[in-house]
Design a protein around this ligand. Structure first.
Ligand SMILES: [Zn+2]
Ligand SMILES: [Zn+2]
Length: 265
């Protein structure tokens, strides 16, 4: 009997040699996006219904501040529209490459990338994504741009997981999609590395917007950004916030007045 690792390698080799790189790129990317964004969103957002006491204990902001049912339905519509636009752009890119006989932007070879190459590409992509996210996010906070584009994302002052992609389409493409897609394309990474990176970033962004305190620090600092707008522009690393003095000076946990009040009562 094949070991699970060997079975996975053989299955991947079969897929890579049966389908065209462009078919693989489109199908895999859509599947990863649907599974690793909507599934965590569904889990986080069903907690108040399934385990209300547990959910209340771990929510970062008060119940009165949580979005209404109408706001959540609006988020479902806006997020689906944004994803359709992103998929449309991806299909168009693949179609153009197909017309011009250009190769896939990722390496779709039938062998797995080595662990060393995987870790290297993942780490470089994480740093590039963080830099792109930080500077583009700050750009959209500029007075002239904010009211037209980024204000939409900030409608959720107490975010829920789905609010991660609740944004103007221009912001969704430039701030959410591009910083995740571009680094591995520039590195011409193995497509499995790109999918692993995409999955990690989608799980991270739904967690960051979940409004729960499960992973210390992650959601709290971005929740705080939604609440006060002027601190914590980074995604998962704090490097650029420290570098530019936009890291909230006070310890994030102490700044959560709502939470402290809730604990006292
Ligand atoms: Zn946000
Ligand atoms: Zn913002």
């Amino acid at each position: 009997m094949l070991s699970p690792n060997l079975w996975l390698q053989e299955t991947w080799a079969q897929i890579a040699t049966t389908y065209s790189p462009l078919q693989i790129e489109i199908t895999g990317t859509v599947v990863v996006q649907l599974l690793t964004f909507y599934l965590p969103c569904a889990i986080y957002m069903s907690l108040p219904k399934l385990f209300p006491a547990f959910s209340e204990r771990h929510k970062l902001q008060k119940q009165e501040k949580q979005p209404t049912r109408a706001q959540i339905l609006d988020a479902v519509f806006v997020v689906s529209r944004n994803q359709l636009i992103a998929f449309g752009i991806q299909f168009l890119g693949v179609w153009i490459r197909q017309q011009h006989g250009l190769p896939c932007i990722y390496d779709v070879s039938p062998t797995f990338p080595t662990l060393q190459i995987f870790v290297r590409d993942f780490a470089i992509a994480l740093i590039i994504r963080e830099a792109l996210f930080y500077y583009l996010h700050r750009l959209f906070h500029a007075k002239r741009l904010y009211p037209y584009i980024h204000k939409i994302h900030h409608r959720f002052t107490a975010p829920v997981a789905l609010a991660a992609q609740y944004a103007h389409p221009v912001e969704h493409i430039l701030v959410n999609v591009l910083p995740v897609v571009l680094p591995n394309a520039l590195l011409r990474s193995h497509i499995l590395t790109f999918w692993a990176f995409l999955a990690a970033m989608l799980i991270e962004t739904s967690t960051v917007h979940s409004g729960y305190d499960f992973w210390p620090h992650l959601a709290e600092k971005h929740d705080r950004h939604h609440e006060v707008f002027i601190w914590n522009f980074g995604a998962c690393l704090d490097w650029f916030d420290w570098m530019h003095g936009t890291k909230e000076k006070q310890k994030v946990q102490n700044a959560f007045t709502d939470r402290n009040e809730k604990k006292k009562s």
